[in-house]
Design a protein around this ligand. Structure first.
Ligand code: SF4
Length: 351
C-alpha cells in the first residue's frame, strides 16, 4: 500500500481521484470504481502497489505489438481491478477481482526489474488489468527499467486524464491501446466509460510523445463490427494519427457478461483489414484467428512479405534494420533486442 498521487480533497471532505476520467469521489473508507484506490483517513492509497497477480514471459507479438522489437520476449504482469467495466472482458478473473480476492504476490519495483534481467528479456509489459490504475508502480518500475537498459510497455485502454498522462507514460517506450469501438453508445453501454478520452490519449501519444504505439480493436459480432463504423474508425486514425500506426483487429470469444454473442468469424476480421487498407492504413493485422496473411508485415511500397507470422511466432524475417530490402523505411523499432552484454554496458554508462 502506498500513498497515491493525483487526488485532492473536496469541500465536502470527500476525495476526488483525478487519475482517470471516471473521477471517483470517495468518502473515508471507500474505494474507487477500480477497487484498488481507496480513501483511508483522508488520503488515497494505491492498494495494488508492489503486488502482482502473476508473471509470464510472452512473445511481444502477444501484447500485440508487431513493430516493436519483433521476435523478442517480454516479462508480463498485472495487478487486480480495472477502471473500465467491460461486459466482454477477456481477463475478468483479474480485472474484476478485488486485491484480497486475487492471488497476489508481493513484489516491489526492484524485484520486477531483477526478474526481467534474470530471464534476459529486453522489456517489461504492464498488462492483464489496466496499468493506468496502478500508475505509481508503473512509474517506479519503468524508471528503474530504463536505468537498467530495459524497455517498458503499457497495454491499456487509454482511459486516463490529461493531468496524469505525462507522468504515467514518462518512462514508457511502447504501448498497445485498445480502441474498443468507434461509438459512444458502445463505450457507455458495454464498458461504462466514454470514447472521447481514449481518442484524446491516442492523439496525445502521436503528437506529444515519442512513444511507439499500436491500436487494438476487439471486434464483437453485432456490437462494433458494422462496416460503416469500421470505416469511420479507420478514417479517424488516418486523419488524426497518420497512416503508419499499426491497427490490429482481434477476435472476441464469449466471456464474462457477454456470452450471448458468437466468436468473431475470421471473415469479419479480414473484411475489417481490407477496409483499413482502403482507408490508407499501411500496417493492419488480424489476431486470435489462424490467418498467416493477416499477421504478415508487408512493405507498403513493394508489397514484399517482410515478417511472416503464425499467431505469435515469427516464421521469416527479411527486415534489414528498420528497412525493407527495397530501401523503404518501415515504421517502428525493428532493431534486434539488445544482447545481455550490451545491456550491462548501457547500464554501467548510466550509473
Ligand atoms: S483510477 Fe480508480 S479511483 Fe481513480 S477515478 Fe479511476 S476508477 Fe476511480
Amino acid at each position: 500500500m502506498k500513498e497515491a498521487r493525483w487526488w485532492h480533497k473536496e469541500d465536502d471532505g470527500r476525495i476526488l481521484c483525478t487519475l482517470c476520467p471516471r473521477l471517483c469521489r470517495m468518502a473515508d473508507g471507500q474505494a474507487g470504481f477500480c477497487y484498488i484506490r481507496k480513501n483511508i483517513g483522508g488520503k488515497i492509497y494505491s492498494l495494488g502497489y508492489g503486488t502482482s497477480t502473476g508473471f509470464a514471459i510472452d512473445p511481444i507479438e502477444k501484447k500485440p505489438l508487431n513493430h516493436f522489437l519483433p521476435g523478442s520476449q517480454i516479462l508480463s504482469f498485472g495487478t487486480a481491478g480495472c477502471n473500465l467495466g467491460c461486459r466482454f472482458c477477456q481477463n475478468w478473473s483479474i480485472s474484476k477481482a478485488k486485491l484480497d480476492e486475487a492471488q497476489s504476490l508481493n513484489v516491489g519495483p526492484e524485484k520486477v526489474v531483477e526478474l526481467a534481467v534474470k530471464h534476459k528479456v529486453p522489456s517489461i509489459a504492464f498488462t492483464y488489468n489496466d496499468p493506468v490504475i496502478w500508475g505509481e508502480l508503473v512509474i517506479d518500475i519503468s524508471r528503474l527499467a530504463r536505468e537498467r537498459g530495459l524497455k517498458s510497455v503499457m497495454v491499456t485502454a487509454g482511459y486516463i486524464t490529461p493531468e496524469a498522462r505525462p507522468e504515467v507514460f514518462r518512462y514508457i517506450d511502447a504501448a498497445n491501446v485498445d480502441l474498443k469501438a468507434f461509438t459512444e453508445r458502445f463505450y457507455r453501454k458495454l464498458t461504462f466509460s466514454h470514447l472521447e478520452p481514449v481518442l484524446d490519449t491516442l492523439r496525445w501519444l502521436k503528437h506529444e510523445t515519442d512513444i511507439w504505439f499500436e491500436i487494438t480493436n476487439l471486434t464483437i459480432p453485432g456490437e462494433n463490427d458494422d462496416i460503416d463504423e469500421t470505416k469511420q474508425l479507420c478514417d479517424w486514425v488516418v486523419e488524426n494519427l497518420g497512416d503508419s500506426v499499426p491497427l490490429h483487429f482481434t477476435a472476441f470469444h464469449p466471456d464474462f457478461k457477454l456470452t450471448d454473442r458468437p466468436r468473431t468469424p475470421a471473415a469479419t476480421l479480414q473484411q475489417a483489414r481490407k477496409i483499413a487498407q482502403s482507408a490508407g492504413i499501411k500496417y493492419c493485422y488480424v489476431g486470435n484467428v489462424h490467418d498467416n496473411e493477416g499477421q504478415t508485415t508487408y512493405c507498403p511500397a513493394c508489397q514484399r512479405a517482410l515478417i511472416r507470422r503464425s499467431w505469435h511466432e515469427i516464421l521469416d524475417d527479411q527486415m534489414s534494420g528498420n528497412r525493407c530490402p527495397c530501401g523503404v523505411k518501415i515504421a517502428g523499432f525493428f532493431a534486434k533486442p539488445p544482447s545481455d552484454t550490451a545491456r550491462k554496458r548501457y547500464s554501467r554508462a548510466l550509473r
